[in-house]
Design a protein around this ligand. Sequence first.
Ligand SMILES: [Ca+2]
Length: 159
Amino acid sequence: MKVLAPIIFTALVSLSTAASVRSNECPYPYKTLDDSRCIFLDAYVTYTWQDAVDLCKSHGGQLLVIEDCETFALVYDFIRSQEVTKAKHYWLGATDEVNEGTWKFVNNRAVPMGVPFWGAKEPNSGTSANCAILHGSNNHYWYDIPCTNKYNPICLKNY
Ligand SMILES: [Ca+2]
């Protein structure tokens, strides 16, 4: 037993390590955002806001929810890391369709307002603009925009 115990212990540690590594891999088409979340960005096909919501659901995630600066920074770096993705507009999973001026995410949580999330004086387009994008030509700050416009989707998913 004195000889076997360390071997068994090593084998168990190897098994648990392998299992945790496997569970931390993001499933296709997702890539790793951080140690708890996966990100999928489609830089080639544009969707209405609702179609983008449905697309993310069909991939087991949800349209982009950003509730803190750290997440915004991670998503921003991901967008800016490639030429093909860095200048496009992306849907935020947020709407004020139900109650004008009260912005809610697709998970029903409150949307942070003001700096450093929204563009200057945004959102400012009233009932004609009930969805929001990360603006590709203004540092991906947020702007309110008609939900029927078509932009690129970003989905997030927990591991
Ligand atoms: Ca509105």
